[in-house]
Design a protein around this ligand. Structure first.
Ligand code: SF4
Length: 322
């Protein structure tokens, strides 16, 4: 397997009246070809900011202040607007949080997918129409319904259309940003199953952004856990479930009901997430961590590989070389 995306020490800050919000700081992880990685954490932890930074969608007063986003060997943060234009859709695309916002209500769904294809690829209109039919069928929608308008679809169907749009130009990497938000539980499960199915069928690399730990552990090969703008742990799903290293990951697992162990007590995480405005150098989890000691209050732990392929940011964990 080859590395499709590599994020290195990515930091994105926002300037506010009250000071600098270090919304994402020093985030590092990578994604292999055909792999699905769950980027998980509580709301406001920086997951969507990471996605927007990768896609170069951060707007003032936000700014990517440092780091690299290497997509198939090309640093997206240094790409020109023309280069970015040709990479979006064809190399990287996004399934948005809400299909309502992604679909234009005054055009048929078919016209919207056809337009995306024609804007980014040199193909004839009839070829684009044919591909749109195939794409809709791929996501479980009758291809003839390309003549329908968004309001003629249910929420789940609209989300399927948004997935078809994201796949319009055969990208290698898809970012799914809480794409099932607002859907009922059954439809959520169907949409997630569809994304998993397409990942396998098309050998896609997928970053699945979510706060739903059970769902992520059920379908992702790897998991990266964020807390208050920092990546605290990144490993295979099996390692995260059976051998979590970071106190926040352990607390998150304990705070999540487990269907295979319904008698296990669910314990909520005490305290609250720190204010990220002008946050001092420290472990951002120290106010909630039962193991915090002096060093945690004055220094920020770096993400380190503690066993092969298992990374965490906690002073309690030595690196893989001891
Ligand atoms: Fe807890 Fe310290 Fe580890 Fe942070 S670095 S998680 S405060 S022990």
């Amino acid at each position: 397997m080859s590395t499709v995306l590599s994020i290195e020490n990515l930091s994105t800050f926002f300037k506010t009246d009250k000071g600098i919000v270090r919304a994402v700081e020093d985030v590092t992880f990578s994604l292999e070809e055909g792999e699905m990685l769950g980027l998980i954490g509580e709301s406001g932890c920086g997951k969507t900011t990471v996605a927007q930074s990768i896609l170069r969608l951060i707007e003032y007063p936000g700014k990517v202040v440092s780091g690299k986003v290497i997509l198939n060997g090309k640093d997206l943060l240094k790409a020109t607007d023309d280069e970015l234009y040709s990479l979006r859709w064809k190399e990287i695309s996004v399934i948005p949080q809400s299909a309502m916002n992604a679909l234009n209500p005054v055009y048929t769904v078919g016209d919207q997918i056809i337009e995306a294809i024609l804007l980014h690829e040199k193909v004839s209109k009839s070829e684009a129409v044919k591909r749109t039919k195939t794409l809709l069928e791929l996501v479980g929608i009758d291809g003839e319904r390309q003549k329908s308008f968004p309001h003629e679809f249910s929420g789940g169907m609209k989300q399927r259309v948004a997935i078809a749009m994201a796949l319009a130009c055969n990208p290698k990497l898809v970012i799914s940003d809480e794409s099932t938000t607002g859907l009922d539980v059954l439809t959520q499960a169907q949409v997630i199953a569809l994304i998993k199915n397409l990942q396998k069928k098309m050998n896609l690399s997928v970053i699945l952004i979510s706060h739903d730990l059970p769902m992520v552990t059920a379908i992702c090969e790897k998991i990266a856990i964020m807390y208050a703008g920092k990546l605290v742990e990144w490993a295979t799903t099996e390692e995260i479930l059976n051998n979590p290293k970071h106190p926040y990951s352990k607390a998150l697992l304990n705070a999540t009901p487990n269907l295979s162990d319904p008698d296990r007590e669910v314990v909520s995480i005490p305290g609250s997430v720190p204010n990220l405005v002008n946050i001092p150098k420290c472990c951002r989890f120290h106010t909630r961590c039962p193991y915090a000691f002096d060093r945690c209050l004055n220094e920020s732990p770096e993400l380190r590989e503690v066993t092969p392929g298992h990374y965490t940011a906690c002073f309690l964990e030595g690196d893989k070389n001891g």
